[in-house]
Write a protein that binds this ligand. Structure first.
Ligand code: SF4
Ligand code: SF4
Length: 611
């Protein structure tokens, strides 16, 4: 039997070692035998671990590692037990250190994580003599709050001083390579618990398990499933039937947890038929490593395999993330669904909440524990821990407020209040003849190149020029701006733009334009999948024809332009309390165009799940 080859630089899990050492290790040890590549679509896309390590260029390939699910199936099947996932994680960390690991597509998962450790959602309740806490994670409290309460109450029977910690283990940041932030947040949590005498954590989420196991130090961690086996199971009755099991990849090497899940199912009366990939050889559900945000096709490859292997059987898992991700693809439920709602689960009707209700559930759960637990010590997570710059949003907000205050003071000082009258404003602009619209369009045209938002100009067009001419001038200004940025991207700033757009999503845009041409321009004007200003430059690097780009931009930016101008052309009147029919129509139009991305995402998700 081959022994596990642990790269010396990753023997210490806390070590943030130079990427170069990982690369050298992989080049030396990997024989490029192809075994792991057969199992993994990511490796089939980018090459064998040895080849990737040999040719890795951090300037060009920094986005590539974010497409690996970090699932470690490669390690399990490797004859030498090499660990390519550790190398890819280090590439992610290196990209973050170089300032190249920040993808707008990850904003959703980062915000989700941020809610988890916010003072609003977090809660620690430690009764007298508490040395053990239940840590349900983020997913389970949101989707299955009633089951968290039932599980806690059940465990409390054998651990009367059981405490509760509603918080986030910060694994998303860990996996996205933001090691400094991860450690700041996790070690604060860990040190607080140790300081308060807690020595044991019971987790429900395999990802939390992995984090506590790797970084928890003196804290011992066990899963709720192992803990359940030590109790008389909840008296919810036996059930018969055959199910299959999806083992979460985060605990691939934890055989005692795989056993516990199967023991629980068998004690419930169910037969387990294994899928091809199970236990140590399990596969990712598709959600691992946040891959779906950058490479949805790779993520769907994993869930597609699960669908084939499940072959219509009900799948049970013990990770709420896996259950939620797989359920639309193949009927998948959480072990806790089965324990607390057996009949509904086996007939596919278990109660599972979806976003945005998940946030409400977490607040309700916090209120429940506040009301029903009598803690000796309690807290919410301190507010000042997240010191990361908030992408300028706070600065932008402050700047806008200062500008607004300045504008009001300036208007009063100059006795311009009279011009806040819509009709007078329009008369004033008309007084300048053709110069007014020309200056307006000129200013609008330079906003994309200065990375300024165009929306304030669109709104101003409605106020200054009215609904008809407002649309004409705004769409002309916006199209001129988009064209200017396109030309700069194509002819002047190619190197700078290339460097900015090295991520896989931008490469995908290039491929899509090659296949579908101007239709991609039309589509991205309707559905803002990319940051607007950067997108204009990016199109300059693609092969789309200039004329096609201008026409598609003009036509497909029109709907949003019309909606906002309808609204803003009667905005000043509305602010004075005079709501006109045009304002209501404009408001509805804005809601409609703003909903297009939402409905598109739902449609795409449904379509992806069907295929
Ligand atoms: S960790 Fe998973 S996704 Fe990444 S290379 Fe290994 S098998 Fe492929
Ligand atoms: S299985 Fe191991 S030795 Fe073979 S290509 Fe993969 S990492 Fe290299």
């Amino acid at each position: 039997m081959k022994t596990k080859q642990t790269c010396p630089v990753i023997a210490d899990p806390d070590n943030v070692s130079p990427l170069s050492e990982h690369l050298v290790w992989m080049v030396e040890k990997c024989t490029a035998c192809g075994i792991c590549q057969k199992e993994c679509a990511f490796l089939r896309k980018y090459g064998q671990p040895k080849e990737i390590a040999q040719s890795y260029d951090p300037n060009l390939d920094s986005g590539m590692a974010f497409e690996c699910s970090l699932c470690k199936l490669c390690t399990e099947v490797c004859p030498f037990k090499l660990d390519p996932a550790a190398m890819f994680l280090e590439m992610r960390r290196d990209a973050v250190r170089q300032g190249k690991g920040d993808f707008p597509q990850h904003r959703a998962i980062r915000n989700y994580e941020k809610q988890g450790f916010s003072s609003l959602f977090s809660y620690y309740g430690l009764p007298h003599g508490c040395d053990t806490v239940f840590f349900p994670g983020c997913g389970l409290p949101g989707t299955r709050p009633d089951k968290v309460i039932k599980l806690f109450t059940h465990l409390q029977k054998s651990i009367p001083a059981l405490g509760i910690v509603l918080d986030c283990c910060t694994k998303p940041s860990h996996d996205l390579g933001d090691q400094i932030f991860f450690k700041t947040m996790f070690f604060e949590l860990k040190n607080y618990l140790l300081e308060k005498g807690v020595t044991k954590i019971i987790v429900a989420c395999p990802n939390c398990y992995k984090v506590f196991r790797q970084y928890g130090g003196e804290l011992t961690v066990t899963t709720a499933y192992e803990a359940l086996l030590q109790t008389d199971l909840p008296a919810t009755g036996l059930i018969s039937g055959t199910v299959t099991v999806h083992d979460p990849c985060a605990i691939r090497f934890e055989e005692s947890i795989h056993d516990a899940a199967r023991d629980l199912l068998s004690r419930k009366g169910l037969q387990v038929e294994e899928m091809k990939h199970h236990r140590r050889q399990t596969i990712c559900c598709g959600e691992g490593g946040s891959v779906g945000f950058l490479a949805p096709e790779l993520s769907q490859e994993w869930s597609g395999i699960r669908k084939i292997e499940a072959d219509g059987r009900t799948t049970l898992t013990y990770c709420s993330g896996c259950a939620n991700y797989l359920n639309p693809v193949t009927p998948t439920f959480h072990l806790l669904d089965l324990f607390f709602e057996p009949e509904a689960t086996i007939t596919g009707k278990a109660k599972v909440s979806r976003s945005p209700f998940t946030y409400l559930n977490r607040l309700k759960l916090k209120r429940y524990f506040r009301k029903h637990l009598d803690p000796a010590i309690s807290r919410e997570r301190p507010k000042n821990l997240d010191t990361r710059p908030s992408k300028g949003s706070l600065l932008k907000r402050i700047a806008i407020i200062i500008l607004l205050i300045g504008a009001i003071i300036g208007a009063r000082a100059a006795n311009l209040e009279q011009y806040l009258d819509q009709d007078k404003l329009r008369q004033l602009i008309q007084g300048y003849g053709a110069l007014g619209p020309l200056v307006f369009m000129g200013l609008y045209a330079i906003t994309p190149c200065l990375f300024l938002p165009g929306l304030p100009f669109t709104i101003a067009a409605g106020i200054l020029f009215g609904p008809f001419w407002g649309v004409v001038y705004a769409i002309c200004g916006a199209t001129m701006g988009a064209t200017l940025a396109f030309l700069l991207g194509r002819y002047a700033g190619r190197d700078w733009v290339k460097q900015k757009l090295s991520g896989p999503r931008w490469k995908q845009l290039d491929q899509e334009v090659e296949k579908h041409g101007w239709k991609v321009v039309a589509f991205t004007r309707l559905i803002p999948l990319f940051p607007y200003n950067l997108l204009n430059f990016a199109f300059g690097l693609t092969g789309v024809k200039l004329l096609h780009y201008i026409v598609a931009s003009f036509i497909f930016m029109l709907p949003a332009c019309i909606a906002y101008i309808l609204l803003s052309s009667s905005l000043l009147e509305a602010l004075k309390g005079r709501i006109s029919p045009a304002f209501i129509v404009g408001l509805l139009a804005v809601i409609m165009v703003s909903s297009i991305p939402f409905f598109y995402n739902r449609y795409k998700k449904k379509k992806d799940n069907k295929s």
